[in-house]
Design a protein around this ligand. Structure first.
Ligand code: TNX
Length: 782
């Protein structure tokens, strides 16, 4: 160690022990409330504040530091009635913020020493200074994010911070292919990523539904590939392809100048932009422009939504395919200075390759075993080209199949396994398993959230993500570069929605990747986040409050004929207030403390309040007791074992299935009708019968074709009461629907209900098993 480093370390230890009133792993309440996310490595707090005012001067050593200081100085200047001054040279007085380059720190490490007189920022280079400034930004009042120029001064607390990240890859992926986001929207996102010390923005630039980047050599890629027919009014999975004569005008792309602005803007915020060009599959938009790169010759049109499976693929038998892709990659590498180039490589359906003479010839000539090895041949060839330009290839974990390209870095998305295998083979890995990292998944109860792709990834689960799998041991520490959040945008059409899916989950992901494992603490995180709700408001970020949504769970007690209602939230801040008389819940409404037993129809309205302020949105849940409630149901056709609800009372248990069809409240029939007889015990007047059903075309669940109701007094001879036809016919996308029949004047003891399965899946959505599911809950008899 150099003498100077030793001095720095000794000095540092001295300062830390001076400030430390505890063992360094515990933080006082006051410190927690500062709201620094991700949590720094070490913090120790003193007394008092440093006050920024019209006399405060930033002293920097060079231009680069001046640029970093300016980013914060501009924010302060915009929010106050004065402007911050930046100078170089030695500070001569108090009330200064000084930047000093020191040795002995890693690239992204920094030290921030705030005293009442001055703020000292030290780091070994620009990344460290930049992160110190982000921490300082979070210590300043949220008003600095508003920029309306009213503050006369602003304070930051006296504190000593030493900080550095756990992982060097702290990523966020944005899919700009499924929905396009403009250059300005991307710039705004970059600003928001910087707040959390994210250092990789992975842009998924091409996919079946759009090609989003200008390539001079192949202009049709954007003239044709960037545009699709507008079917935004339909569910992603029920969008018919472009018809002859229809204009494709929905989409967009980045010009070279846009990319240069994005890369530059990100660089100033220490974010590396990594481009992804998908191959050999997920290429319909490319093939729409240049069909000669396919096995079949086309024609193709840019897809307006999802089609499954997609067999469109680049021909691996033609030399021209490689020449073309290498030319594209050359232009990409000119535009993006990043060390890594992402080539996709996921979900390649090999059907076309199996049937293509050229691909088969390639398999033979190269002595390959099968199409799996052909994919590996494809990827290795591309890797060789990327390496020849001094860059590293990265791809989704499918690139392991058939033999991994020698230098490749793997992005493990199908769980951890691909990453584990790759690391064991000595490759670097970015962990991005769906179950912890897919920000396109729901973050709250499905019924309360905007439409998402499926899955469930609440905030606490993101926080629980651990990128290094235990079974890897030392190998893991060596090869796992870090973790990454992925926002796929099939169901994310605009910036407001992007923000909703991203925040606050990004804050949790940031802490996963930055903060040391032993310092992570969910409750502590959520307390610090209290400051961030205000900061989001000030920054104009449309964030999700799903962690504070009241979830109402209910269980049936078939012995006592009551329902137990339980309420909870993901986050522990605040209290649940509720009403049952129809009024809006306020902080004065009853506080939920323990499960509530009900034996008659009731509507709950509930919301979380903390210090009088609502934290989440209001939630309503209705429980409707009816004549059929908890009566015997005879199944003439048994329900599927896979979707059995809670058994024989499911259809009459008062509890209603949600839009999450796996919630345990729905009963399903696969390709078959539902036929049940409900015995209500004695002959009674019935005014209406409603049958609740569900549709989710992406999961091959469809409304019934019709619902027919029969009645009988002996349970043997049934008379038809009426039929309700389905007029929607698979078009409505995800929805719940009641099939209701007016039965006024009818008296009956036995009611038979037949819901007719659609029988066939509508064209364009042919899926596993080729038969539709029919989902029912509940049968309400009034
Ligand atoms: C899988 S992750 C995909 C994407 C989809 C995503 C939806 C990966 C490499 N492929 O094409 O958008 O699931 O969650």
């Amino acid at each position: 160690m150099e003498n100077r480093s030793i001095v720095v370390v000794i000095l540092y230890l001295f300062i830390i022990s001076f400030f430390c009133s505890c063992d360094g792993s515990k933080y006082s309440e006051k410190t927690i409330l500062r709201g620094i996310v991700p949590l720094p490595l070490e913090m120790s707090e003193g007394n008092g504040v440093f006050r920024f005012n019209n006399q405060t001067v930033f002293f920097v050593e060079n231009e680069e530091q001046a640029g970093i200081a300016k980013q914060l100085a501009d924010k302060i200047s915009r929010s106050t009635i004065w402007s911050v001054t930046i100078k170089d040279g030695e500070p001569d007085n108090k009330n200064v913020v000084t930047f000093s380059t020191v040795s002995g720190m890693t690239d992204e490490e920094y030290q921030l020493n705030i005293t009442t007189d001055r703020i000292e920022v030290s780091a070994s280079g620009p990344a460290g200074f930049f992160y110190a400034i982000q921490t300082l930004r979070q210590l300043l009042p949220v008003e600095i994010e508003i920029g309306d120029g009213n503050l006369s001064s602003c304070d930051v607390p006296v504190v000593m911070i030493r900080d550095k990240p756990r992982f060097k890859w702290r990523g966020y992926m944005l899919d700009v292919a499924r929905h396009f986001f403009t250059k300005d929207e991307v710039l705004q996102l970059i600003d928001d990523l910087a707040l959390y010390k994210i250092n990789v923005l992975h842009l998924h630039l091409t996919d079946d539904q759009g090609w989003r980047i200008q390539i001079d050599k192949y202009p049709k890629l954007t003239e044709v590939g960037a545009w699709r027919v507008n079917r935004e009014d339909l569910h992603w999975n029920s969008r018919p392809k472009q018809k002859p004569g229809e204009k494709a005008a929905y989409g967009g792309f980045y010009t070279k100048s846009d990319i240069s602005k994005i890369v530059d803007y990100a660089k100033k915020r220490h974010i590396q932009v990594i481009p992804e060009i998908e191959m050999p599959a997920h290429v319909t938009s490319l093939l729409a422009a240049y069909p000669e790169l396919s096995c079949t010759g086309g024609p193709f049109t840019v897809l307006p939504g999802g089609v499954w499976p997609i067999t469109d693929i680049c021909c691996a038998g033609k030399e021209h395919t490689f020449e073309f892709l290498e030319n594209v990659l050359s232009e990409i590498m000119e535009m993006f200075p990043s060390q890594y180039i992402h080539i996709g490589g996921d979900e390649a359906n090999k059907k076309e390759w199996e049937e293509c003479l050229k691909c088969q010839k390639r398999i033979k000539d190269e002595g390959l075993k099968d199409e799996g090895e052909l994919q590996s041949y494809f990827i290795k060839r591309i890797e060789k080209f990327i390496n020849s330009k001094g860059k590293v290839m990265i791809g989704w974990d499918e690139i392991i199949e058939g033999g991994l390209a020698p230098q490749a870095t793997v992005m493990s998305w199908r769980g951890f396994q691909g990453g584990i295998e790759a690391a064991r083979q000595g490759h670097d890995v970015v962990m991005t398993p769906t179950q912890f990292c897919y920000f396109d998944y729901y973050q709250g109860p499905v019924d309360q959230e905007p439409l998402a792709i499926g899955g469930y990834l609440p905030l606490s689960k993101v926080y629980a993500f651990e990128p290094i799998p235990e079974e890897l041991g030392e190998e893991g520490y060596k090869h796992i570069l870090g973790g990454q959040a992925n926002l796929w945008t099939e169901y994310v059409p605009d910036l407001a929605h992007l923000q909703y899916m991203t925040f606050p989950r990004l804050a949790a992901m940031a802490e996963v990747n930055w903060t040391s494992k032993d310092k992570k603490d969910w409750n502590n995180f959520m307390v610090r986040m209290e400051d961030h709700w205000n900061r989001y408001d000030a920054m104009g970020i449309n964030y999700s409050k799903s962690a504070f949504l009241v979830q109402i769970e209910s269980a049936i007690d078939t012995v006592n004929h009551v329902i137990n209602v339980r309420m909870f939230t993901e986050a522990s801040q605040g209290k649940i207030h509720y009403t049952t008389n129809g009024s809006v819940p306020t902080p004065d409404a009853a506080v939920y403390t323990k499960p509530i037993e009900i034996d008659k129809s009731m509507t709950f309205r509930a919301q979380v309040f903390h210090n009088g302020r609502p934290l989440g949105n209001e939630v309503t849940e209705k429980f409707k007791f009816h004549i059929g409630a908890l009566k015997n149901v005879a199944y003439l056709i048994p329900y599927s074992k896979k979707y059995s609800g809670s058994g024989k009372y499911t259809l009459v248990d008062v509890l209603r299935g949600s839009k999450n069809f796996g919630d345990g409240k729905w009963q399903g029939w696969f390709g078959e009708n539902m036929e049940v007889i409900i015995d209500i015990g004695s002959s009674q007047s019935i005014s209406q019968i409603s049958v609740g059903t569900f549709q989710q075309p992406g999961s091959w669940i469809y409304f019934p074709e019709s619902v027919t109701v029969y009645f009988s007094d002996d349970g043997k001879i049934f008379h038809e009461l009426g039929i309700v036809e389905n007029v929607i016919n698979g078009q409505a996308g995800n929805a719940k629907k009641e099939f209701s029949l007016n039965t006024k004047g009818i008296k009956s003891q036995f009611i038979k209900v037949v819901a007719k399965n659609m029988g066939v899946i509508p064209e364009g959505n042919v899926g596993a098993g080729d038969m539709p599911w029919l989902f029912v809950d509940e049968i309400v008899i009034e």
